[in-house]
Design a protein around this ligand. Structure first.
Ligand code: BGC
Length: 450
């Protein structure tokens, strides 16, 4: 080893260690999160929005055919879903849409027109002329009814002009009107976390009506958030990505990322900026640039993936973590495809950094789950179910294991074993359909009791 690489080793080890989030720090985060749930519910401010959802737990017997729109990232989907009761759900047809980058900062109407166009194609292809529609809008929105959602400041890099304060359900309805689809009528708006929670309840209770409903719906993908059934307060969308109690485990990379980004603005979505797929690759990129400037390693700025903000996709973290070969051959192939020549030491350093960033994300997730569970059930006596969806949970090797290990540290083995994490892959459209069916039942109960 040369003195130069000794220095690199030492600085790398320090950077890796800076992402450590020990049990005491996690415990403090969980306590803060729990307290902020109470604060938000009481209308006393705090960083958790605790938004109402106007839905309730399904029975598992819901039926019907529902058009669904799922808009929550760079992609959106329009589809047709059939519920046959007994927890059964079938995606009949689905079309994915990609939004051009420029659209994210333009006027909202073109976005809704693009979505309405896809709704037109999927419904016409199946000869559906009239049907209820469920709209999953996976950005912060204040629901005033099940079919009215006032947009708050968006996340995940979106900033449509003049969107804040407008009802996104009405905007989609207008888009459907412009597309000649006035008989496709918006029945419900929901967040993706709520769709995951409701779908897991529907499937579990459809199989066994005695099953306790799901407690938490968690999304870990491009963004992160959770919804929870808080008993008398109903099912709430916490918008936990905005949780701000993370100062104790921030690194200089996180601080700089938060400060330098204009969307979401500094101070907003601080938890999400340390946890979700949209940001993990960027944290890694920043660490590599920093170590590249201070050591003889990682002089990779010839690659645009290292040079350009947000170019290092979080999916690379998963691929890097997956390489178990001694010389990290697949990491080597990946880096070459990105125009980077690397040494074996550098590849191991890269892998260690990526793993530390993902591990911290998983541990932070465990902390907020612990905080939520304790709010619901202070002694954690009962069995609890968390429905989880998203590319990070599904795609990063061993992510679930990391979360569970941290839960064991925080709750102890016995209580952690009472907490089930259920992966509900591709839950959004299916869950939305259940929410629309629940809304239909609520409406008919409302009519009959009126
Ligand atoms: C949004 C949430 C959403 C989450 C997961 C966040 O950026 O604010 O509404 O649930 O991403 O998609």
């Amino acid at each position: 080893m040369t003195p130069m690489s000794d220095l690199a080793e030492a600085l790398l080890a320090r950077a890796v260690a800076s992402f450590e989030a020990g049990a005491p720090a996690l415990d403090a985060i969980a306590k803060d999160f729990q307290a902020q749930i109470g604060q938000g519910l009481a209308g006393e401010g705090g960083s958790l929005k605790m938004l109402r959802t106007f839905t309730r737990q399904p029975t598992g017997r819901e039926r019907g055919r529902v058009v669904v729109v799922d808009w929550g990232g760079t992609k959106a989907r329009a589809g047709l879903v059939e519920l046959a009761g007994g927890g059964s759900v079938r995606i009949v047809v689905e079309e994915a849409l990609t939004f051009p980058e420029a659209m994210k900062r333009g006027a909202p109407e073109p976005v809704f027109d693009l979505i309405a166009g896809a709704v037109g194609r999927v419904t016409r292809a199946r000869g559906v002329d009239a049907a209820p529609l469920a709209f999953v809008y996976s950005y912060p929105a204040r629901l005033e009814r099940i079919d009215r959602a006032v947009a708050l400041v968006s996340t995940k890099g979106w900033r449509l002009q003049g969107l804040v304060g407008r009802d996104v359900a009405a905007m989609l309805t207008a888009g459907l009107g412009r597309a000649g689809l006035a008989r496709i009528t918006l029945a419900a708006v929901a967040n993706d976390t709520v769709a995951a929670l409701i779908l897991q309840s529907y499937q579990a209770r459809g199989r066994d009506p005695e099953t306790r409903p799901t407690d938490i719906g968690l999304i870990l993908g491009t963004g992160t958030n959770l919804a929870a059934d808080l008993g008398p307060a109903g099912i709430r969308n916490l918008e936990s990505g905005n949780f701000d109690g993370v100062g104790g485990v921030e690194t200089p990379y996180d601080v700089a990322l938060d400060r330098e980004l204009d969307e979401p603005p500094p101070g907003a979505q601080r938890f999400e900026k340390m946890v979700s797929g949209h940001y993990l690759g960027e944290i890694l990129r920043r660490a590599l640039v920093d170590l590249g400037a201070r050591t003889g390693w990682f002089h990779w700025s010839s690659s645009s993936v290292i040079a350009a903000p947000f170019a290092l996709d979080s999916a690379y973290l998963s691929r890097i973590a997956d390489d178990r070969t001694a010389a990290l051959d697949d990491v080597d192939a990946l880096l070459r495809s990105l125009g980077v020549e690397s040494t074996r030491h550098e590849r191991h350093g890269l892998r260690a950094l990526g793993a530390a960033i993902a591990r911290r994300a998983a541990r932070l997730v465990a902390a907020v789950l612990f905080g939520t569970l304790r709010f619901v059930d202070p002694r954690l006596d009962d069995r609890r179910t968390i429905a989880v969806d998203g590319s990070l949970w599904g795609g990063y090797p061993g992510f679930e294991g990391l979360v569970r290990a941290a839960l064991v540290e925080l709750l102890g083995r016995e209580r952690a074993d009472r907490v089930e994490t259920a992966f509900v892959k591709d839950s959004t459209s299916a869950g939305a359909a259940v929410i629309a069916a629940v809304a239909a039942a609520q409406r008919s109960e409302g009519c009959s009791s009126a």
